[in-house]
Structure formats: structure tokens, C-alpha cells
Design a protein around this ligand. Sequence first.
Ligand code: MG
Length: 385
Amino acid sequence: MTIKNVAIIVAAGRGHRLGGEIPKQYLDVGGMPILRRSVNVFLENPTIDHIQVIIHPDDLELYNSAVGDLDLPPPVHGGETRQQSVLKGLEAISDLMAEYVYIHDAARPFLKQSTLNKLISEVEEHGAAIPALSVTDTIKYMAADSIQNTIDRSFLYRAQTPQAFRYKAIYMAHRRHENNDLTDDSAIAEQSGLKVRIIPGREDNFKITTEDDLKKAHIMTQSSYTDVRIGYGLDVHAFEAGDHVILGGVKIPHGKKLKGHSDADVAMHAITDALLGAMALGDIGEHFPPSDKKWKDASSDIFLKHAVKLIDDADGVIANIDLTIICEEPKIGPHRDKIRDKLSEIIDLDMGRISVKATTTEKLGFTGNGEGIMAQAVATIRLPE
Ligand code: MG
């Protein structure tokens, strides 16, 4: 196997501030050690070929109990500082001749696959990229005992991990700046003149540092998500002359197309309404009025992503989606898993939580007469109490 993408997970910090004896990356959150959660994100991503964890030499026992049963190479011992630890990790994987490396803090267990996937494509295109968040608070510059001035925040970003680079370039940069004390790998890349791009980070990809962070992490794990909501959505679109339909984001060749202001993805509209319904946040037409020219021919994933964002904003999680597509033609069965896969990517939800079913109406009614397609969706959402 050629090794193209390697993740380095930095778990060598002492971080005794939380939980007394145990370094924070080994603490349990929602029944699982933080390190294991972080490792799992990379294990679950098919593009990542190899995962190297870097630990403190004293933590081997903690490491083994956290992730010892997973299919990982032996951990590498870190150094005195984070920077030294990363360098040791980069050295340890040098035989793999990796093309790209993704350096991640073990204490950020809530990395989403969508962020990682965005990073993977960005680094392939531009060579170096990190997730970062814009700054929303007004930033003050203090001198002595009073504010000197207010900083223009439009240029400021909060850096997160994983940070992705071409392996050779970041390895060389680390060696060159071995004795500088820099706080992230992007700073080392910047010092070496590499151009580092930013992709949108996420608030939930925070680093667990303080007692408050740990509390937040506990709330974010599903055991505390006890406010369960069910939403329902229904949509219908009529056929018109054309050669394909789009269902759940998948283009399906057909003798007709669906008529609509947007791309008429009846399946995605039903799901969007089910999600909005569960949140009691109105319906798709309210959020995206058909009277607005902006949505003409729009790809419906915009609508769905908007609904998902509203759930995210409320710290909610989607438990499952059950979609039924009702039509005589086209046959949905052959496209079912492709639709599930596409929805899984758009929603950032495991395929095992997305059901796509299809039925006919035995040639009865408008769907039976081939005049159009109906879709119905049910979604379950869990919110923190
Ligand atoms: Mg519609």
C-alpha cells in the first residue's frame, strides 16, 4: 500500500490541570477517553492511511488502556515541548515517504469528517492548510493599565488543528526551526515561507484545556442529549420534459425532469423540512422563498446544509433520518446507497443513520400516473437539555 496521508496525533502533553493525576487526553468524556475519540475520527476516514500517536514516555499504560485495542502502530515518545514532540513524530514516519501529514491535538476530540475532508482537498490543491475561525469579539490592545487601541479583527483568525502540510516541506521546516519556540505547526510553516491556507474551522473543534471545556465536552457527548425531537417533511414536484432527475443530490438519468424553482430535489426538500420541523423553525419556503431569484436553479444541498447548521448552532445532533421516495419511475433501488452516501456527506452524518426507502403507489394517483414524485422524511434530533 502506498502511504499518502498520515495523521500525527500529539498526545504527549502533561496537562495535569484537569483531573489531577491523569493527563487530560486520557480523561473520559461520555464513556470514552478523549484520545480515543480523536483517533477514531482519523480511523473512520478512508483517505487517511496511517495514524501515528505521540505520547509521553510515562503514559504507555494510559495509552494502552485508551487505544491499545485499535489497529495502530506503536506510539512514539514525544519531547519536552509540543514542537519537539511533533518533530519526533515526523522523524518516526520518515520511512513511509508520506505525501501529506495532518498534525492534530489529541485534546480536540470533536473534529468533524467534513472539516477533515475539506482539509484533505485543500492541502492536495495548495500544499498547506489549517482550519481557523474568524474572531467575533472586539479585540483590545492593552499597554500598562489601560487600553491602547482597538485592533482590526477582520484580519484575525483563531487557529485549530488538524494542520495539513506536504510531509517533506513541514519536516524540513520543523528541522530548520527546531530551536524556535513556536506554538503551532502553521507558525513553523509560515516562518519557512510556506503559504498556509485557511478553511473554515468549527466551534465544536475546540481544545479541551479548562474545567469549563471538559464540562462542555461532557454535554456534547450524546449521553446528555436528552431533549429528543421528531420532525416530518413532505414534498412533491411534477415532471416536465427533460433527461434526468436529482434525488438526494444524486443525478439519475430519466426520460423526464422534475419541475421547480431550484434543482427540484424533492427528496432533499423533504429532509430539510423534517429537520426544520424537528426544530420548530418553520419550513423550507420560509427560509428560501421561491419568489427570491437567488434560489433559481440552486443546488438543494444549500437548503439542507442551512437546516443542519441551525441544528449545529443549537448544539443539537441528528440521530437519524428516514426518507421515503414515492414514484413509479425511475427505479430508486439501484441508486439507494449512492443517495445515502451523498446525504451522509452533505449532512455530515454516518450512513448507518440515514435510511432511503422507495415505494410505488400501485399506479394510483399522481405518483402512480407518472405525473411527479413525492418524498416524505422523518428525522430525529437530540438537543442538550
Ligand atoms: Mg420542493
